[in-house]
Design a binder for this molecule. Structure first.
Ligand SMILES: [Zn+2]
Length: 134
């Protein structure tokens, strides 16, 4: 139980000379409890939206990294198979070439490959490779 510093001083004084008295043990008042809940609510109100936004940004960045790896694999496949830009390519071609399971969009989007030289896309809105400033 919480004791105020004033009460503790009185208790010490009583222990020394027997005159101090502590009228009652003090608990939290309703105002203090409401204030504590309000401060806690404010902190949660700030932290939760930031956590959600950070998770969404992480998913977008993970998808973007997958698309970059996929684009790189397409370029390697095209070079090895001597395929020219503009030729059609499928995810199966790339999976057969790499021999591994292809990465998936963290939010369940489908990766779309159209042709060699064209960057791969994700079907989820907001996911995609960054524009290149060349
Ligand atoms: Zn995606």
């Amino acid at each position: 139980m919480w004791l105020g510093t004033r009460c503790l001083k009185k208790m010490k004084k009583k222990a020394i000379d027997g005159t101090g008295s502590c009228p009652q043990l003090r608990a939290f008042t309703l105002f203090e409890v409401i204030l504590l809940i309000a401060v806690f609510g404010l902190l949660v109100g700030v932290a939760v939206p930031n956590k959600i936004r950070a998770d969404q940004n992480a998913d977008v960045n993970r998808c973007r990294a997958n698309l970059e790896n996929l684009e790189f694999a397409v370029r390697k496949w095209a070079a090895k198979e001597d395929v020219t830009d503009g030729s059609s390519v499928t995810l199966q071609d790339i999976q057969r070439f790499t021999g591994k399971e292809l990465p998936r969009c963290p939010l369940g989007g489908e990766y779309i490959l159209v042709s060699v030289g064209e960057p791969p896309r994700c079907s989820t809105a907001g996911h995609g490779l960054l524009e290149r400033n060349e």
